[in-house]
Design a binder for this molecule. Structure first.
Ligand code: PLP
Length: 381
């Protein structure tokens, strides 16, 4: 067995999800799957693709019309990649794995935020990278001084960025983006920017991928799992300059050949016809997010108002328990499941992740349970 694989843990989000199944009557706010159906035009396009026997391998990079449509879609956000610079993947997960496998030599230093989506650290560990965590500001935004400090220590090869963030919902501000661009300009670092949630944002959108100056140092990762609520259909993409693409696509080819053909046709139709559905979904998430924030505020739980994605990451420090202990007790005694912050790295200690991909009714019940549980701890009256 590969020793590095043996030492990597199964994702804490999944581990907790399994625990929930064993508690009867528990409400779960653990999973990052929007509770919307796949938009109807996408479903129809996939059915049509099956009926027309579009079930062969596609080119490794994916069908040309989809890559072209992604290129047009990204231009609306001032991100410029032409269709040859885009590769369709089996979900954002494959994109991340391909990119990191193609880049990392054992011992290479990579900067990874903490807390963050657990795959970054696990994949990098499997590949033998030297992982250096960087912490964030108190509101989970990018702490540029901290990053500069880490970069100054030398030999950093890669920087992973994740905005909007899972688990915190933080996004990048204009100033932070600009400072970051300066830092990358001055240093020989490749940036991997995971923007899986860029369609679900409640403020202005900024990305390092918008810079022409550092274009050759940026690899942009995104996908359709969240935007089109199609997590099980496994489709995503990454974009980068042609030289990098020449290398990355080799790994993609030997890993999967291509993304599922039928789903590629579905995603194409989605970009053409379903962006209105996406806007409605985003608006619904914003209403829910505000509801969750109000409920947490009324319980005097410290929480940062997230600016994107569909997660809230409140502090549970005042309950004097580890995140794991708090979440296990909340599940067993309060019949409510949230993910312990430590599932997202060491800096997640003292927090829990609430996903609000659930109906208003379910959220209302869930917050009643949280409130009742907290009352039993004797902190809330
Ligand atoms: N990146 C982030 C930040 C995520 O939260 C996720 C999934 O939750 C992914 C990537 C992986 O996306 P996919 O389901 O398309 O593989």
């Amino acid at each position: 067995m590969n020793k590095r694989v043996e030492s990597v843990q199964i994702s804490g989000i999944r581990r907790f999800y399994e625990k929930v199944q064993q508690v009867e009557g528990a409400i779960s706010l653990t999973i990052g799957q929007p509770d919307f159906n796949v938009p109807i035009d996408i479903k129809r396009a996939m059915i049509k693709a099956i009926e027309e026997n579009k079930t062969d391998y596609t080119s490794n990079a994916g069908i040309e019309p989809l890559r072209e449509e992604i290129s047009n879609y990204l231009k609306e956000f001032n991100i410029n990649y032409d269709k040859e610079e885009i590769c369709i993947t089996v979900g954002g997960s494959e994109g991340l794995y391909i990119i990191l496998s193609a880049l990392i030599n054992a011992g290479d230093k990579i900067l990874i935020p903490s807390p963050a989506y657990p795959a970054y650290e696990s994949i990098s560990s499997i590949l033998g990278a030297d992982i250096i965590n960087y912490s964030l500001n108190d509101d989970f935004t990018l702490n540029i001084e901290e990053l500069k400090e880490k970069v100054k220590q030398g030999d950093i090869k890669y920087l992973l960025l994740s905005f909007p963030s899972n688990p915190t919902g933080a996004i990048l501000s204009k100033n932070q983006r600009d400072d970051l661009i300066e830092l990358i300009k001055e240093n020989d670092i490749i940036v991997i920017t995971d923007e899986m949630y860029s369609a679900i944002i409640f403020d202005e959108y900024y990305s390092v991928a918008q810079s022409t100056d550092i274009r050759d140092k940026v690899i942009y990762v995104s996908g359709f799992s969240k935007i089109f609520s199609m997590t099980g259909l496994r489709i995503g993409y990454f974009a980068c300059n042609k030289d990098l693409m020449k290398q990355l696509i080799k790994v993609h080819q030997y890993a999967v050949s291509c993304a599922p053909s039928i789903v590629q046709w579905g995603a194409l139709e989605g970009l053409k016809k379903s962006l209105g559905d996406v806007k409605k979904m985003r608006d619904t998430f914003e209403v829910r997010k505000n509801y969750c924030i109000n409920r947490l505020n009324s319980m005097s739980i410290d929480v940062i108002d997230p600016k994107g994605a569909f997660y809230i990451f409140p502090s549970i420090k005042k309950f004097n328990m580890s995140s794991e202990e708090f979440c296990i007790r909340l599940l067993k005694e309060g019949k409510l499941a949230c993910v312990p912050g430590t599932a997202f790295g060491k800096k997640g200690e003292g927090y829990m992740r609430i996903s609000y991909c659930y109906s208003e009714e379910m959220l209302s019940q869930a917050f009643d349970r949280l409130e009742n549980f907290i009352k039993t701890l004797g902190i809330l009256k």
